[in-house]
Design a protein around this ligand. Structure first.
Ligand SMILES: Cc1cc2nc3c(=O)[nH]c(=O)nc-3n(C[C@H](O)[C@H](O)[C@H](O)COP(=O)(O)OP(=O)(O)OC[C@H]3O[C@@H](n4cnc5c(N)ncnc54)[C@H](O)[C@@H]3O)c2cc1C
Length: 505
C-alpha cells in the first residue's frame, strides 16, 4: 500500500525537527488496533483530523511482521474480525487473508491518506498549559526527525517489540554452521528444501510453522523445554456453512457466528478457572486419537500448568499431529545444552542435527511502543501508575490505549475500547473540556497496587519477563484490567464516565 501525508495545520517552533503539523487525534500503530480505532473515530467524529503513525514499512502490525510459512490466526475470524465488517472467509485465516481484510477496511474508510509508515514515535510530552501532546517521531529510512502536536493520543502499538524479537543466547550459537532464523524476521529467500530443521519452542508459532514446512524439509524437530496445550479443531466451521447456505442477510450470519464463537471461547475460559482438570482432560482427549501409536503423551504433550494460564494453541484439522504421524516431524522435550557446528545438544546427551534452527521463542514485551512519556516536564515512570479500565493510565491526560484479550479474540476488545473512547471524546466535547485525566479519588489513595497481570491467572513468558516494568492495577473497578470479554461487554458500554475517577478540565 502507499501513503500520502494528511492535511494538517502547521505546529509552532520546530528547530532542527521538522514541523509535521497538528491533529485532533494521533494514533500510534497501524495494526488491527490502530486501524479499528481509526474506523471508529471516523465513524463517530467525521470532522476530526487524525493521523496514524507506524514504524514499519507496511500496515498490518503483527500480520505484516509475521510472514513465516503457514502463518495464520489462532482465533476464529468471526470474532477476530471487527464488529462493523463481516468476515467472509474461512474460520481460521492465513496472515495474508487478514491483511487483505485490513486493506478493505483501509480502502472503505479512506484511511490510506491518514497512515504514515516508517514513522517511529520516540517521545510524547503533555503540556497542561497548551492542552496538547507534542509527539516526536523519527523517520525510519531518512532519520529525519519530525514533531506532531495533538489534542489526544491513542496508543495502539501492540504489546511486543516488532524490531527486536526475544531470542535467548545459547552456548555455541556462533559456531553453528547452519542458519538461525526468528519467525519475526523470516527471510523471503530461505530455502528449506531437503533441510533438517529444528524449531525451538512449543507455542502457537511452532505449532503453525511445523506442519507448514514439514512437507518441504527433510525433517522437522520441535525442540521444547516443556509442552503447551493444543486444541485440535476443524478448519471448516459447520455453523458458518449452514448459515451461509441460507437466504439471510450477511450481517445476521456474522452476528450469530460472533456470538456463538464468543460463547465458545468464554466457556473454555470459564472452565479453565472453574474446572481446570475437566478442561485438561477435554484438551488431551481432543488430540490423543490423532497421535502416532505409542506416542509419549505424558512427556511431550502434557503441560505443567493449568489450561489457559498460557495461550492454548489451535491445531486446525490436527495438521501438526498429521506431520508427527507421517514421520515428517518429531518432538524432543529436553533442555538445550549448546549449539554445535551441525546441530544442538540437549541435556540427555543427544545431538539433534540441524541445517536450519528456528527460534520460536517469543517476544520482548514493549510498553506503549517504548515511547518516552513526560507530563508537564516530568518523565512518567509507569511502574508507579495504575490502569483505568485497561484503557487509560492515572495521571496521564488525554491518552487512551488499546490492549486486546489474551483468551478471546484481541479485536473484540478493539471495538469495545473504541466505543468507550468515542464516548469519552463526546463527553469532553459536551462539557467543553480540553483535558481529561484519570485520577485516584481520596478513598482509593491507599488502594493496594497489584501486578498488571496476576501470574495465577495468566503467565506467558513475555509478560512474566517484563512484569516489573509495567504499570499496575488496583483491587477494584475502575482500576482493573479485565481479561474476560463476557464481563467487559456488559461493563464497558455502561461505564460511568462521570464517577469522579475521570477529572475533566
Ligand atoms: C503470529 C501471531 C498470531 C496471532 N494470532 C492471534 C489470534 O489468532 N487471535 C488473537 O486474538 N490474537 C492473536 N495474536 C495477537 C496479536 O498480536 C493481536 O491479535 C493483534 O494483531 C494486535 O494488534 P495491535 O494492532 O494491537 O498490535 P500489533 O499488531 O503489534 O501492531 C502494532 C503496530 O504498532 C507499531 N508501533 C509500535 N510501537 C511504535 C512506535 N513507537 N512508533 C510507531 N509505530 C509503533 C508497530 O510497528 C506495529 O505495526 C497473534 C500474534 C502473533 C504474533
Amino acid at each position: 500500500m502507499t501513503t500520502t501525508a494528511p492535511a494538517t495545520a502547521p505546529a509552532e517552533g520546530a528547530g532542527d525537527i521538522e514541523d509535521a503539523g497538528h491533529v485532533d487525534v494521533l494514533i500510534v500503530g497501524a495494526g488491527v488496533s490502530g486501524i479499528g480505532a481509526a474506523h471508529h473515530l471516523r465513524d463517530t467524529f467525521p470532522d476530526r483530523t487524525f493521523v496514524i503513525l507506524d514504524a514499519q514499512d507496511n500496515r498490518g502490525g503483527t500480520w505484516w511482521t509475521h510472514r513465516y510459512p503457514g502463518v495464520r490466526s489462532d482465533s476464529d475470524l468471526f470474532t477476530y474480525g471487527y464488529r462493523f465488517k463481516p468476515w467472509r472467509g474461512p474460520s481460521i485465516a492465513a496472515g495474508e487473508e487478514i491483511l487483505a481484510y485490513l486493506d478493505e477496511v483501509i480502502d472503505e474508510d479512506g484511511l490510506d491518506q491518514h497512515i504514515r509508515l516508517r514513522h517511529r514515535v520516540t517521545a510524547a510530552s503533555w503540556s497542561t498549559r497548551d492542552r496538547r501532546w507534542t509527539v516526536e517521531v523519527t523517520h525510519c529510512e531518512t532519520g529525519q526527525r519530525l514533531r506532531f502536536t495533538t489534542g489526544f493520543l491513542w496508543m495502539c502499538p501492540g504489546y511486543y517489540n516488532h524490531a527486536k524479537p526475544y531470542r535467548p543466547r545459547w552456548e555455541g550459537m556462533d559456531r553453528f554452521q547452519g542458519v538461525i532464523v526468528h519467525p519475526q524476521r523470516w527471510p523471503d529467500d530461505l530455502d528449506l528444501d531437503g533441510k533438517r530443521v529444528v524449531v525451538i519452542g512449543s507455542g502457537a508459532t511452532a505449532a503453525t510453522l511445523i506442519p507448514a514446512i514439514a512437507g518441504k524439509a527433510e525433517h522437522v524437530t520441535m525442540l521444547q523445554r516443556s509442552p503447551s496445550y493444543y486444541l485440535a479443531r476443524p478448519v471448516t466451521d459447520e455453523l458458518a456453512v449452514t448459515l451461509r447456505a441460507l437466504d439471510i442477510p450477511e450481517e445476521w450470519t456474522y452476528e450469530i457466528l460472533r456470538r456463538h464463537n464468543a460463547a465458545r471461547q468464554q466457556e473454555l475460559a470459564r472452565m479453565s478457572a472453574a474446572a481446570p482438570r475437566q478442561l485438561h482432560t477435554f484438551l488431551m482427549e481432543s488430540i490423543r486419537p490423532l497421535l502416532p501409536e505409542g506416542f509419549d503423551v505424558d512427556k511431550h504433550l502434557t503441560p505443567r500448568y493449568r489450561p489457559w494460564q498460557q495461550r492454548i494453541a489451535v491445531v486446525p484439522n490436527g495438521d501438526l499431529f498429521a506431520a508427527l504421524r507421517e514421520g515428517k516431524a518429531s518432538i524432543v522435550t529436553d533442555t538445550i545444552e549448546a549449539f554445535t557446528e551441525h546441530g544442538i545438544t540437549v541435556s540427555c546427551g543427544e545431538e539433534i542435527p540441524a541445517d536450519v534452527v528456528v527460534t520460536a521463542t517469543g517476544f520482548n514485551l514493549s510498553l506503549f511502543g517504548d515511547v518516552a512519556f513526560t507530563v508537564d516536564g516530568e518523565p512518567v515512570d509507569f511502574t508507579g501508575h495504575v490502569t483505568w479500565r485497561g484503557i487509560m493510565i492515572n495521571g496521564v491526560p488525554n491518552m487512551a490505549y488499546v490492549f486486546g484479550y489474551f483468551r478471546h479474540s484481541w479485536t473484540l476488545r478493539v471495538d469495545l475500547v473504541s466505543d468507550l473512547v468515542s464516548r469519552l471524546l463526546a463527553t469532553m466535547r459536551d462539557k467543553g473540556a480540553t483535558m481529561v485525566v484519570p485520577t485516584l479519588r481520596p478513598q482509593e489513595a491507599d488502594m493496594p497496587l497489584l501486578p498488571w497481570c496476576d501470574p495465577e491467572n495468566f503467565s506467558p513468558g513475555y509478560v512474566m519477563r517484563s512484569q516489573d516494568a509495567l504499570f499496575k492495577q488496583g483491587d477494584r473497578e475502575p482500576w482493573t484490567h479485565m481479561l474476560e470479554h463476557d464481563e467487559e461487554r456488559e461493563i464497558l458500554p455502561k461505564a460511568d464516565l462521570d464517577d469522579g475517577t475521570l477529572v475533566y478540565r
